[in-house]
Design a protein around this ligand. Structure first.
Ligand SMILES: NC(=O)c1ccc[n+]([C@@H]2O[C@H](COP(=O)([O-])OP(=O)(O)OC[C@H]3O[C@@H](n4cnc5c(N)ncnc54)[C@H](O)[C@@H]3O)[C@@H](O)[C@H]2O)c1
Length: 276
């Protein structure tokens, strides 16, 4: 038996974190597209890791429980990396809310029931959660604490209150950050830690869909006007994950880390500030 890392979402960000933290572990990779999970498992196995691919759907509690059950066959789950998700140009509002908002909440809840003592988790949120105007304290609390099965019935998430797919994505990512705070308390009862990372634009396929989608010019402008002057790489996201998931991050839990090359800073107080 080995310690097990559960990785959901076989994209570049998930793979970069698995490569950084998954050595010596069994890495169980769940993805809706089995071929994505298999491709990442092959790259990892060819590099000396021990990975296995499983088909799963983050928007289904049964599928999440099945993934956890499969993972536990190899040993105790001591790491969670949630890098599964859909972006605003990839899916309709309903799917974004079901996968990114509801699915993430369920995954954090279900893994939190079984995570090993001293275990660690990260979930990938987004700078988008930092971009929208502040919600009220009550709205934030509803996103944090509403039972997962009731989340999608919240008034603020009904179609009449969601403008477009970007707004749905922003709400989902804001919910991820709040949910991590709420779940970190429960994870702490098992002496486990949980944090979220909010990346700016990094260049795996999800971002390429965004460049070529209806918001392509918006993103090119963002790179030109953000302090870093470029998009990020998945390995830079793994730098933050390494801090959060290693013993050096032992005092960090229930927190969100924005890593966006300064794009959000520029959006609020610099040249990326929207003209009103
Ligand atoms: N790439 C970026 O610029 C960027 C920026 C900020 C946040 N993020 C977030 O990072 C996470 C990973 O993004 P990425 O860029 O590596 O994307 P990616 O598209 O490379 O990988 C995402 C993976 O999630 C899988 N997936 C989609 N729906 C699923 C579902 N219902 N169940 C299981 N798997 C599912 C996809 O098949 C894909 O393999 C996402 O949550 C995304 O919102 C990405």
């Amino acid at each position: 038996m080995k310690d097990v890392m559960v990785l959901t979402g076989a994209g570049q960000i998930g793979m970069a974190i698995a490569r950084r933290m998954g050595y010596g572990m069994k890495i169980v990779i769940g993805d809706k597209r089995l071929e994505n999970a298999q491709a990442v498992a092959k790259i990892l196995n060819d590099a000396g890791f021990d990975a296995v691919a499983i088909q799963m759907d983050l928007s289904s509690r049964d599928s999440i429980k099945n993934l956890i059950g499969e993972a536990q066959r190899y040993g105790e789950i001591t790491m969670l990396v949630n890098a599964a998700g859909v972006s605003p140009s990839q899916a309709p509002v309903e799917t974004i809310l079901k996968v990114d908002l509801y699915g993430t909440a369920v995954l954090l809840e279900e893994v939190g029931k079984v995570i090993g003592e001293g275990g660690v988790g990260v979930t990938i949120s987004s700078q988008s959660g930092h971009r929208m105007p502040a919600l009220t304290a009550q709205e934030d609390e509803l996103l944090a604490c509403t039972p997962a099965e009731e989340l999608l019935a919240l008034e603020m998430l009904q179609p009449r209150n969601i403008r477009d797919t970007l707004h749905a994505y922003q709400m989902a990512k804001r919910c991820n950050e709040k949910r991590v705070m709420w779940e970190a308390v429960r994870w702490g009862e098992r002496r486990a830690r949980l944090n979220s990372i909010s990346p700016g634009i990094v260049v795996p396929p999800l971002a390429i869909d965004e460049f070529n989608g209806p918001r392509g010019d918006f993103y090119k402008n963002m790179f030109a006007k953000c302090p870093a002057g470029r998009p990020g790489t998945a390995d830079e996201i793994a730098n933050v994950a390494e801090l959060l998931m290693s013993d050096r991050g032992a005092f960090i839990t229930g927190a969100d880390f924005l890593i966006d090359g300064g794009a959000t800073a520029s959006y609020f107080y610099g040249p990326l500030k929207p003209e009103i």
